[in-house]
Write a protein that binds this ligand. Structure first.
Ligand code: NAP
Length: 245
């Protein structure tokens, strides 16, 4: 049996197991298993690898995409300048790190790049935000990272988001977990009243389908997109990596 899976702290929000189990079924892929491995801390990773010698690859989700980096024995699959890993291939005992989030995001964002000279606000500064920032820079889209406090890597706080900043940043990406089931009444504290029909709101969260962030954007006429397409695209990229000859 070829084993694949996902590690993360709390995996009740993860659609990956369902996605891969259905993929195996629909595409008649036999002899493969995709398992959810909740880890209280990455200190548990060596024991997990020891007890699962057939593991060929796994995804990494919240909150370990950055913390996993020192565990990699090979970082050649992660472009330089991107300090986050969401996919590992195990080969000959080596843990080879990749990032498929930025690829999934770039592809999922394409239909929304009709905005003339867009600038973006990235809400959050974790592992997913690092991939979004990397993709934005590759696409030459000027971007600012918004966080709760001005610390390293944060350009603006939520309190800094006034009408002028909102008007000059038509792409807004939620890369925080705010609004994820069951906390569906939460949303990033941006001034929603300054949104217009010229804005595009992209939420990395995909459960629920329409988060409060997206609902509030839609009420102001903004174009909205959830994280499901990105999830599928990054999962398919992971699958290609695990099946490389
Ligand atoms: P992470 O590394 O734990 O980072 C989470 C970020 O959210 C941090 O910057 C954190 O800010 C911020 N945050 C958390 N609670 C907040 C709050 N109450 N107010 C404001 N900011 C808050 O997580 P991640 O791996 O980047 O994942 C973030 C989200 O993206 C998750 O929901 C994940 O499921 C989703 N995601 C989706 C896809 C997809 O394919 N659709 C791919 C990747 C990730 P502090 O630093 O201030 O704590």
């Amino acid at each position: 049996m070829k084993e694949f899976g996902i590690i993360g702290h709390s995996l009740s929000h993860s659609f990956s197991k369902k996605y891969f189990s259905e993929k195996f079924l629909h595409e008649k892929i036999t002899g493969c298993n995709y398992t959810v491995f909740p880890l209280g801390s990455l200190k548990e990773l060596p024991a997990l690898l020891h007890t699962h010698p057939d593991l060929l690859g796994f995804n990494i989700t919240i909150p370990y995409k950055q913390e996993i980096l020192p565990f990699l024995t090979d970082r050649s699959g992660i472009p330089s300048g991107l300090e986050a890993c969401n996919c590992i291939r195990i080969s000959g005992g080596e843990l080879i790190g990749y990032n498929t989030d930025f690829i999934g995001f770039e592809q999922a964002l394409k239909p929304f790049l009709y905005i003339e000279r867009p600038s973006a606000l990235i809400l959050g500064n974790g592992g997913a935000a690092a991939a979004i920032r990397f993709a934005m820079n590759r696409l030459a889209i000027p971007n600012k990272t918004v966080g709760r406090n001005i610390i390293k890597g944060i350009d603006l706080t939520y309190e800094n988001l006034d009408e002028k900043i909102m008007a000059s940043h038509l792409l807004i990406i939620n890369a925080t977990p705010l609004g994820t089931y069951p906390n569906i009444n939460e949303c990033p504290p941006i001034p929603y009243s300054h949104l217009t029909s010229g804005h595009v709101l992209f939420d990395l969260v995909y459960n629920p389908e329409k988060t409060l962030f997206l609902q509030k954007g839609e009420e102001m006429g903004a174009v909205i997109e959830n994280g499901y397409r990105m999830l599928v695209l990054q999962a398919e990229e992971s699958w290609k990596i695990w099946n490389k000859a």
